[in-house]
Design a protein around this ligand. Structure first.
Ligand code: ADP
Length: 177
């Protein structure tokens, strides 16, 4: 019993977050350099409920979080109703979208669907605290950072699985909230 308690004490956000070691990297969207087609490919090839938006892949600086369903609806609408939105249109989540050469297609501005302050914890945060935050704030997901750089994501289901593992129980049997 003591060993188990000690283990649960020492589990940190980095131990529960995705991606795990050897997993492919987190699927992110960049704030102003992906095309409509790039984002449609991501949405088609993955089933995640949402995607962190970062300044650039190289920087991994977090800008916000965008829900999959909002992306799908906004792109679909823009393609139907907004003049000049095509596969090669750049999607821009920033306040100010840099001007492009006159020959380039219209920019699709999606700042309005971006959650600008997604909840974040550092990778060292004890899972006890993360679980508490999920419960108290009713979070669906939380992003994990290290020195201000985006490292991973923990969803409500990840937290439930973690709790179940700790308690050695079936996740279905645990009441959340
Ligand atoms: P759920 O955990 O409810 O199934 P998701 O479908 O969003 O929700 O996530 C499935 C798994 O993928 C989770 O373990 C989560 O940590 C991870 N995940 C969520 N979003 C991303 C992402 N953008 N990139 C990589 N992994 C992700």
């Amino acid at each position: 019993l003591e060993a188990k308690e000690e283990f649960s004490h020492k589990t940190r956000a980095m131990d529960v977050m995705r991606p795990r070691k050897n997993d492919p990297p987190l699927t992110v969207i960049t704030q102003d350099s992906m095309t409509v087609e790039d984002v449609e490919t991501i949405v088609t090839n993955t089933t995640y409920s949402g995607y962190p938006v970062v300044v650039s892949r190289a920087s991994q600086r977090l800008v916000g979080f965008v829900l999959r369903r909002d992306l799908i609806i906004s792109i679909e609408n823009a393609r139907k109703k907004q003049d000049g939105i095509v596969s090669t249109s750049i999607i821009c989540f920033t306040d100010y979208c840099p001007p492009l050469p006159p020959s380039s297609p219209s920019v699709l501005k999606l700042r309005s669907i971006l959650d600008l302050s997604p909840f974040t914890v550092t990778d060292e945060t004890p899972m006890e605290i993360v679980v508490d935050i999920f419960r108290k704030l009713g979070l669906r997901q939380c992003l994990v950072t290290h020195n201000g750089k985006l490292l991973g994501i923990i969803t409500k289901k990840d937290v439930l699985k973690h709790i179940a593992q700790m308690a050695n129980q079936d996740p279905e049997s645990i009441l959340f909230n």
